[in-house]
Design a protein around this ligand. Structure first.
Ligand code: XUL
Ligand code: CO
Length: 451
């Protein structure tokens, strides 16, 4: 009943199902030369009093790994996969589900993530689209209980179809808003049924191309209204997961209202939902916004809105969202230090919102990509454990701010005091601040020791 895959490479000379020749990936340690093994990710290893599996909460994503066919703006599909052979049909959706769960089980990410349109095709009408979707959700529910793979989050794709070309909730046409609302309602219900731990909203086209045709006030009010509807629905259906907003500065639209963590928090506050919505922060979106990942993480943690992570990597020489698998330990060290010294990922996780390169056309390539990402994250977690136990960084930082616990700091924070009483202290006490070294180079040298 499975469609047979004829591989392009010599390894696959015979007819096989796509991942048939690959078995479950095992931890073999640094000494192993087997490229299909983990060198650092040992899911049962205890780090900072939990297992690696419990800390890192990896998820494989459905879209880049099973739906994207290897397109770029100049060329067509390169990934010759059996579930893409005869178009976007229900038969193909069922095969895709089969192969995706085979992969999830073999790569051993405990979670996965999906968009509604990744798992099932659109029909002629929304009613038909909905029927397709819930048919696959029924099968997915069975697959999840057979394999034990869990859902980190679901989300709706309200950006690919041409009806969304001018946005979803920020569209000038309320019919498009209603259409997106219908999709999000169904996808939230499905996520709830599957025991999803979060529900993500990525704006996609919630922005604009030119102010010439745009009423920004209406668009932003409608976006806030959408967030309110989502939160109300969450409570109505008793969904226990977190609602997360995912920042991205541009691409596809030029200006996005959800530009970065700070702009997303402003939107959440505009809707009065600061106790209801957190953030799903993506590495490559952080760098596209002109920040780095650690800034976005630190901003979210400082404002108590860190929800989950889309883990990937950009390319410093290319100015777009390359969504590569993470493999640079240095880039992850401070973000992970911040996350794991502040309580960890909790209900969130590390979702591989990452794709293999167009030329990576063999079944093994998807494994190498995930293995590399899981190993680098595990390696950084081990380094972070040492950093936390050594307590060197907090010593410097705490010392730098320690005067805020003294008399002047307390005086400034005391609401009974005002600008005049603070200013008069400068004259009466003859205050003359003494500059102190920020010690950046010293701290950078300390950090290097952990890699
Ligand atoms: C797009 C992106 C999305 C979201 C979910 O750049 O990151 O895949 O994560 O819609
Ligand atoms: Co993402």
């Amino acid at each position: 009943q499975r469609i047979i895959y004829l591989s392009s490479t010599s390894v696959y000379g015979e007819d096989v199902a796509y991942f048939e020749k690959i078995s479950e990936i095992q931890f073999e340690g640094e000494i192993s030369n087997n490229p299909l093994s983990f060198k650092y990710y040992d899911e049962n290893k205890i780090v900072l009093s939990k297992t690696m599996k419990e800390h890192l909460r990896f998820a494989t994503c459905y879209w880049h790994s099973f739906t994207w066919p290897g397109l770029d703006p100049f060329g067509g599909p390169t990934l010759n996969r059996p579930w893409m052979k005869s178009g976007n049909t229900m038969e193909m959706a069922e095969l895709k589900l089969e192969e995706a769960f085979d992969f999830f089980s073999k790569i051993t990410t405990p979670y996965f993530c999906f968009h509604d349109r990744d798992i099932s095709p659109e029909g002629e009408t929304y009613a038909e689209t909905q029927k397709n979707f819930f048919h696959i959700i029924d099968l997915m529910e069975k697959k999840m209980s057979q394999t034990g793979v869990k859902l980190l989050w679901g989300t709706a794709n309200a950006f690919s179809h041409k009806r969304f070309m001018a946005g979803a909730s920020t569209n000038p046409d309320p019919e498009v808003f209603a259409y997106a609302a219908a999709q999000v309602k169904d996808c939230m219900n499905a996520t709830n049924r599957l025991g999803g731990e979060n529900y993500v909203l990525w704006g996609g086209r919630e922005g604009y191309e030119t102010i010439l045709n745009t009423n920004m006030k209406i668009e932003m009010e409608n976006l806030a209204r959408f967030l309110e509807l989502v939160v109300n629905h969450k409570h109505k259906i008793g969904f226990k997961g977190q609602i997360l907003l995912e920042p991205k500065p541009h691409e596809p639209t030029k200006h996005q209202y959800d530009f970065d963590s700070a702009s997303c928090l402003a939107l959440i506050r505009k809707a009065g939902l600061e106790n209801e919505i957190k953030l799903n922060i993506e590495v490559n979106h952080a760098t596209l916004s002109g920040h780095n990942f650690e800034h976005e993480i630190a901003y979210a943690i400082s404002n108590n809105v860190l929800g989950s992570i889309d883990i990937n990597r950009g390319d410093t020489l290319l100015g777009w969202d390359t969504d590569q698998f993470p493999n640079n330990a240095h880039d992850l060290l401070m973000p992970f230090y911040y996350i794991f010294s502040n309580g960890g990922l909790k209900q969130g996780g590390l979702n591989f919102d990452a794709k293999i390169r167009r030329q990576s056309i063999d079944p093994e390539d998807l494994f190498y990509a995930h293995i590399g990402g899981m190993d680098v994250a595990a390696r950084v977690l081990l380094a972070v454990e040492k950093m936390i136990n050594d307590k060197i960084l907090p010593k410097y930082v705490d010392d730098r701010y320690s005067n805020w616990n003294n008399e002047l700091g307390t005086f400034i924070h005391d609401k009974n005091n005002d600008l005049e009483s603070i200013a008069s202290k400068v004259i009466n006490e003859n205050l003359e601040p003494k500059p102190k070294s920020g010690q950046q180079e010293l701290l950078e040298n300390i950090l290097n020791k952990y890699l």
